[in-house]
Design a binder for this molecule. Sequence first.
Ligand code: ADP
Ligand code: MG
Length: 439
Amino acid sequence: MKKNQPIIEVQNLRVIYNQGESNEVRSLEDINLDIYSHEYIIIYGPSGCGKSTLLYSIAGLQAPTYGEVTIEDKKISQMSNKDKVALHQVGTGMIFQSFHLIPSLNVIDNVCIPKSFRGEKRKLRNKEGMKLLQRFSISEQFEKFPSQLSGGQKQRVAIARALANDPQVILADEPVGNLDSESSENVMKILKELNETDKKTIILVTHNPDHLHYADRVLHMKDGKIIKEDVNIDKRPKKIIRKEIFIGEEPAVSKELGILMRTFKNLSAQQTGALLVPFKSKQLLHYILSQITNEQLSAAENLLREFLFKNFNTKTLEKKLDADFEKGGANWNKQRAESFTRKARLMFEQAEIVKSNPEIAPVSLMDYLINTFDIKLSDSLRMRFESLLRLRIENKTDRSNLQKKLDDPIFLGGLGFHKSTAEKIAMETEVIMLLGYST
Ligand code: ADP
Ligand code: MG
């Protein structure tokens, strides 16, 4: 399997219980999802939204009504029985909210069940099993029965059992739902370590928002659908620690301005209100135009400034850019004036939406950028793009981090754009953010 191929693909998956009956339940509706090796995915949503059904479908324990789940290039529906057994015993390890330990078996035998199914000799499997118990600090309990353990201990036994055959993928259904907060944290830390140190792919179901920071990606579910994807931009690479920016005697600038200042080096906290406008004109102009004489440039800059002060509208701007110097114009040609004004209008439109309608801004900006740069994206990557733009719009990240995510390969949570495309999109987004910025 190639590294940049998903380890798990879910295509048009629908699960309908009691189809055609009066008690029909549409548990999953057209789920599409790619999961890459070493990712930590959280499936998040309210009770009854279909999280467990999705997890069991990925595990091959729930048959789809329509659609397909593929694991390591094998379609589950086309697997032989032998392949399916291998998937359950070696390919995936499962952890449940209610542990599902076997009451009549002691701890070490519970842990080694998956090994005994594989026909491993008792002595060897117990030795490996004990190592896992040691790792999770429960080796002293090896002869106890489940009823003699605390909830946290039971879940650690269940995790050891899930790891017995060293599967690549760990599936966890509300694994801390029955635990007190200390045991919960302990189990969440173990899962984090399995992802980061053992490089396991983790898919965890939860309805607890406190856990979301552990994930590379959070898939939000509602009524059987994935309605949103959040990329945890600070998780990989490691969190960037930002210093407060001070200018002279001024207090620290706002976060929003601080982020813009990283790209626009001449932007300062003193440029408020009216003083900000010339700066915007210059940046917009320099961005949209590459080759033009200095005279044409400075005349246009003056016109743009008046436009930004709302002394005239885009139609007039277009006419004046085209007009001769003597007539107060910028001496451009008609075509350039037209295309410049069109582009500026589109960018202002987006800036206005970013400023006044943050709810729809990520989708709007995404559609605009997709159009502008002629990009083709699958539905799931559109969702990822949207979530990255949302982070920038909400000032939770900056241009360079956004650019990196746009450039990063898809399997690292990026969008896999060409380097120069990532650069252009990030810069255009930044100029739009600047146009929408006001003090
Ligand atoms: P979650 O894990 O998010 O709480 P589930 O995946 O367990 O949600 O359930 C999704 C929906 O499917 C719910 O409405 C639930 O009642 C229904 N459901 C789950 N299993 C069955 C089943 N075996 N028969 C009928 N309906 C079911
Ligand atoms: Mg559930």
